[in-house]
Design a protein around this ligand. Structure first.
Ligand code: PGA
Length: 255
């Protein structure tokens, strides 16, 4: 059975003090190791967050990385640097990066490769816009986003990766995909990868993201192809995030 995972994406929020307080509360509450817990604070707080984690049950992730290994890339952060400050995970291709910073699928695939090359686990974010869903294009959009990574990095690279399906219309909008909508797209993603390698596809953890809250987490996480969540807004409230983690962890216990 796949181990569930709950990841918090704090985006560009919080002060140093707020960040430290949030980490402290999460570290004190998240002790189960049946379920993976990852927090992704802003770059600038990564190292001090790692110190607070003290090697416990919570893992550190970054929200982005540079596709290049090193050199003249002012303002960028490399995979090696993330590894050096204690990161184990890194988000790649979040819809805000794709929409606001012009990241296309070939660039996302290069970032995925860069993460891998340094032993980081990439969390590949995929998802369609509302108009694309309404036009019945969800599978073709999400399929093309996956294919770009498979083509560059190979199916084997998904043995050490996580995928996050995040319909763009559900991110930060309060409009969550229904459990059935999430399941349907997750099953599609798994099937697409199974055509390349059934074993890797069966073991791949696919997270749902988009307005997950304590109140809806269990209903979504219980779906057979949903292996946890990527949590934005609700991860900034310690009690919400801890409750979402507990929802995933309770399924690990009973499952
Ligand atoms: P949300 O964000 O939970 O606030 O919808 C999810 C994300 O952007 O990863």
């Amino acid at each position: 059975m796949r181990r569930k995972i709950v990841a918090g994406n704090w985006k560009m929020h919080g002060s140093r003090a707020e960040n430290a307080a949030l980490v402290e509360t999460i570290v004190a509450s998240v002790t189960s190791e049946r379920t993976t817990c990852v927090i992704c604070p802003p770059f600038i707080y990564l190292h001090e967050t790692w110190r607070q984690l003290r090697g416990g049950a919570v893992a550190l992730g970054a929200q982005d990385l540079c596709a290049e290994a090193l050199g003249a890339h002012t303002g960028e952060v490399s995979a090696a640097m993330l590894k050096d400050v204690g990161c184990e995970y890194v988000l790649v291709g979040h819809s805000e990066r794709r929409a606001l910073y012009g990241e296309d699928s070939p660039l996302v695939a290069r970032k995925f490769a860069a993460a891998h090359s340094k032993g980081l686990t990439p969390v590949l974010c995929l998802g369609e816009q509302l108009a694309e869903r309404e036009a019945g294009r969800t599978h073709s959009i999400v399929g093309a986003q996956i294919d770009a990574v498979v083509q560059l990095c190979g199916i084997q690279s998904f043995a050490q990766a996580v995928v996050a399906y995040e319909p763009v219309w559900a991110i930060g909008t309060g409009r969550t995909a229904t459990p059935d909508q999430a399941q349907e797209t997750h099953a599609f993603i798994r099937q697409r990868l199974a055509c390349e390698d059934a074993k890797i596809a069966a073991g791949l953890r696919i997270l749902y993201g988009g307005s997950v809250k304590a109140g809806n987490a269990r209903d979504i996480f219980v779906m057979p192809d949903v292996d946890g969540g990527l949590i934005g807004g609700a991860s900034l409230k310690a009690d919400e995030f801890i409750a979402i983690f507990a929802a995933a962890d309770s399924l690990a216990v009973s499952g």
